[in-house]
Design a protein around this ligand. Structure first.
Ligand SMILES: Nc1ncnc2c1ncn2[C@@H]1O[C@H](COP(=O)(O)OP(=O)(O)OP(=O)(O)O)[C@@H](O)[C@H]1O
Ligand SMILES: [Mg+2]
Length: 457
């Protein structure tokens, strides 16, 4: 679980101390400031998610601090702490964007509940909006891929990251790593210490999308009680990832196009022209050209977005990477689950390679996670793989005969039988009854042949 960061601002030492102790016990990370100036400095440096703010302090007042905090980052939740009788000020604070207020003297349990609820609401809002933002550099993610196709993609990504290119379009089926690629480009670029902000255009209703991207001014609509910065403004200097751009509605497409032309915009309900420097990486699993033909995607926007196009191949077209990726995931889940799995059995490797992976790398990652949880101790075997993988791999490819095709030069039937027994044992990880089933033999008949060919003494 992520630890939320809370800042306590109060000029009374005792209150700071008791809140700090109490909140730390509840598992939060706590910062404290004894005056408004220190508070604002800390907000900039540490970007807490929530601020408990005393209204009456010598020097800069709580209300002024609130205003500055909201200007810096509207997403920070501010809860005002007020002395009895300060209702009017508290209401004022709410108008200025405070989330709630608590009267002094307060009850610590009650305080805990208000904080917990506020943080939950906040997470929910982000989830609903399909919004994920990262303020801090977490380092570029590892991208695994040895095959030719991926090497080509990787060298393209490297060039893009170092370049000034301001729009990149990543296309690929679901689960091929589009978001990972976007993050990699961001963290390998000179923009790495600025925000990487992602939004899922399909998850946000069109009307909301506009204000998420461009922000709004106070009074733009009934609920707009305070100015709110949009993603383009928040990500200034960094990268905005527009996921599932193919699902963006036509009206919004026109607005985005206008923005892309000179990177300027107005907040919803605002008049000031704001100019930002952001790299736009968009992604889609749809065939955008087809959408253009069908007139559900603007032609001009398509050409502007795909100045630099990156195509991520489906996993079935880069089979040489399957085992490498699987081992990469085994290593990372070993760490996560505290296991010591060494790798895959030959049979399991074969099955994974043969499978068609409609869900691509995400599906492979899930399969490995499941296999590890389900009980591999040393090596992941066939029995740890889901049925659909084993079943599909065993089925013949379309158009291919289920029975053996006699080569023109003929065969040595004993050799064929011996080889089939060997392969059946291999894909069954040496499990004789499974291997027998693969050849539609009873266990005795199978063992008889194992002996005959020297697999069994
Ligand atoms: N080359 C890679 N190396 C290591 N991990 C990868 C690679 N590509 C993808 N992954 C992992 O696979 C999962 C899916 O990747 P990601 O979310 O980037 O896919 P996506 O193309 O955005 O999928 P969707 O279209 O469904 O949103 C993630 O957990 C990601 O970390
Ligand atoms: Mg994605």
């Amino acid at each position: 679980m992520r630890k939320a960061k809370i800042m306590v601002v109060d000029d009374e030492h005792l209150i700071r101390w008791s809140l700090e102790q109490n909140l730390m016990k509840q598992g939060y990370e706590v910062l404290t400031a004894g005056n408004g100036e220190d508070a604002l400095k800390l907000v900039r440096e540490e970007q807490p998610e929530l601020v408990l703010l005393d209204i009456h302090m010598p020097g800069i007042s709580g209300l002024e601090v609130l205003e500055k905090v909201k200007e810096f980052d509207d997403e920070i939740i501010v809860i005002m702490v007020t002395a009895h009788g300060g209702l009017e000020t508290a209401v004022n604070a709410m108008r200025m964007g405070a989330y709630d207020y608590i009267n002094k003297p307060f009850n610590l349990d009650e305080m805990g509940i208000v904080i917990k609820k506020a943080l939950e609401n906040f997470d929910l809002r982000r989830e609903v909006a399909g919004l994920r933002s990262e303020h801090k550099k977490v380092g570029s993610p590892t991208i695994v891929g040895k095959g030719k196709l991926m090497q080509h993609v990787l060298s393209m990504m490297e060039r893009v990251a170092k370049s000034e290119a301001s729009t990149v379009l990543v296309q690929g089926e679901s689960g091929t790593g589009k978001e990972l690629v976007a993050k990699w480009i961001h963290y390998e670029s000179s923009r790495a210490d600025k925000p990487f902000v992602a939004i899922n255009c399909a998850a946000v209703p069109s009307t909301l999308l506009e204000s998420e991207l461009f922000g709004y001014d106070k009074g733009a609509f009934t609920d707009a009680k305070a100015m709110k910065k949009g993603l383009f403004e928040l990500a200034d200097g960094g990268t905005v990832f527009l996921d599932e751009i193919g699902d963006m509605e036509l009206g919004m497409q026109a607005k985005l196009l206008r923005f892309l032309e000179d990177r300027t915009f107005r907040r919803v309900g605002g008049s000031k022209v704001i100019s930002v420097d952001v790299r736009i990486i968009s992604a889609t699993n749809k065939d955008l050209l087809k959408a253009v033909e069908e007139k559900s995607f603007r032609n001009d926007l398509y050409y502007r977005l795909q100045v630099i196009p990156i195509f991520l191949p489906p996993l079935r077209e880069r089979k040489e990477d399957i085992v490498i990726l699987a081992n990469h995931f085994i290593e990372s889940f070993n760490k996560e689950f505290n296991k010591k799995i060494k790798g895959l059995s030959a049979g399991a490797e074969q099955m994974l390679t043969d499978y068609s992976w409609p869900g691509n790398i995400r599906e492979l990652k899930n399969v490995i996670e499941r296999a590890i949880i389900l009980g591999g101790e040393d090596t992941l075997m066939l029995e740890h793989l889901p049925l659909e993988i084993v079943a599909q791999s065993a089925a013949p490819a379309p158009g291919q005969s289920t029975v053996f095709q006699l080569p023109p030069e003929g065969v040595d039937i004993e050799e064929v039988e011996k080889e089939l027994i060997r392969q059946a044992l291999e894909v069954s990880d040496g499990n004789q009854s499974k291997a027998a089933k693969k050849l539609s033999l009873g266990i005795d008949a199978f063992r008889y042949r194992m002996k005959k060919f020297g697999y069994l003494k």
